[in-house]
Design a binder for this molecule. Structure first.
Ligand SMILES: Nc1ncnc2c1ncn2[C@@H]1O[C@H](COP(=O)(O)OP(=O)(O)OP(=O)(O)O)[C@@H](O)[C@H]1O
Ligand SMILES: [Mg+2]
Length: 340
């Protein structure tokens, strides 16, 4: 089992800086997800861990050992790329065993390991097929098999499921997570899909513009976002972020009791209240999602999303009262940092 540590890892290309001194510890046998919008530095960080890219500054440690200057082959890692990169003219068995033959592993051992890996991934009946004769999910598993057969303890995956349809993606997420637990792998997984990150990760590392905005368990990021960026990125619909003026919702006389520039409250924490509580708002629009009904309500110059039960029927223009528990209110300063 391996842990991965990044110490002050920075990366620049000429004038442009992709990573600013990233510090991060990833526990052995855990599932870590790098999450963030396009261009935030997810792939660059992964490629530096793999040794496919060199850091401008800082160190990479695997199992406590400094591997910063080691070539990829000596780091004990395996990598699965977004496009799988399978060899079209080789069979499934040859694709899985490719790395072993390159490393001159004896034929008998190689055959045994390919078979074990194929069994594990449910590919045993497909070993003689070519990649073009496989479904997207099966190709994905072959790519995974090629990484697993190497018996590397650290497995890096860059958006490995992005080519699959929604249902297959869901299935593969579950399979991947089970496999990771079963084999005790340390996985670093890149995605820009927050739902994927939340459902798979032990630790989510949310990046923005080459910096870590927040790293922690999915529940931590959801319950206590460190910044407005995290608040907006995690959760659907995202957290409401409402401008305050002297503690009141901007353009209204609704006092929130939150001493901050911006109030954050999750749509699922806002409820439709009775006449005696909360404050007045007007429904602007309603989005029906089956189990949920999401209302956009206006208060002063701000608007708030309210997530309520799908069986409710509320027409635009309806006057409602809204309320939430004090503990569900988050406060952020003008720079977007949590203060409350
Ligand atoms: N070889 C390179 N030369 C110059 N700039 C690069 C190079 N590779 C990446 N960058 C820049 O570094 C930044 C981070 O890129 P990176 O590929 O890590 O983003 P990402 O988070 O993986 O995005 P995506 O979700 O689109 O894959 C981007 O601004 C990108 O333009
Ligand atoms: Mg990328």
């Amino acid at each position: 089992m391996s842990s991965v540590e990044l110490v002050g890892v920075a990366k620049s290309w000429g004038e442009s800086t992709a990573l600013h001194g990233v510090n991060l510890a990833i526990h052995a046998a855990s599932f870590c997800v790098f999450l963030g919008p396009s261009g935030c530095g997810k792939s660059t960080t992964l490629r530096i861990v793999a040794g496919l890219e060199s850091a401008t500054a800082g160190q990479v440690l695997i199992d406590g050992k400094d591997v910063t200057t080691l070539p990829p082959a000596q780091r004990g890692i395996a990598m699965v790329f977004q496009n799988y990169a399978l060899f079209p003219h080789l069979s499934v068995a040859q694709n899985i065993g490719f790395g072993l033959s390159v490393r001159k592993v004896p034929a008998a051992e190689s055959e045994r390991r390919v078979k074990e890996t194929a069994d594990l991934l449910g590919l045993a009946a497909l070993l003689e097929r070519k990649p073009s004769q496989l479904s997207g999910g099966q190709q994905q598993r072959v790519a995974l098999g090629r990484a697993l057969v190497a018996q590397a303890k650290v497995c890096l995956m860059d958006e490995p499921l992005s080519n699959l349809d929604a249902q297959l993606r869901q299935e593969m997420r579950r399979e991947l997570r089970e496999l990771q637990r079963q084999l005790g792998l340390t996985v670093i997984y890149v995605t820009h899909d927050q739902a994927e990150a939340m459902s798979m990760a032990d630790q989510v590392v949310l990046l923005s513009q080459g910096r870590i905005e927040q790293a922690g368990a999915p529940r931590e990021l959801y319950a206590r976002p460190a910044t407005t960026f995290v608040a907006r990125f995690i959760g659907t619909p995202p957290m409401n972020l409402v401008a305050l003026e002297g503690g009141r919702i901007a353009g209204s006389d609704v006092a929130t009791g939150v001493p901050a520039a911006t109030l954050g409250v999750r749509p699922e924490a806002v409820r439709l209240a009775g006449a005696g509580e909360g404050f007045d708002a007007v429904v602007q629009s309603a989005e029906y999602l089956g189990a949920d009904l999401v209302l956009r309500c206006s208060v002063g110059s701000e608007s708030l999303l309210v997530r309520t039960e799908g069986q409710h029927q509320v027409a635009p223009g309806t006057a409602v009262r809204l309320a939430w528990q004090a503990a569900d209110a988050h406060g952020f300063d003008a720079q977007g940092r949590r203060v409350h």
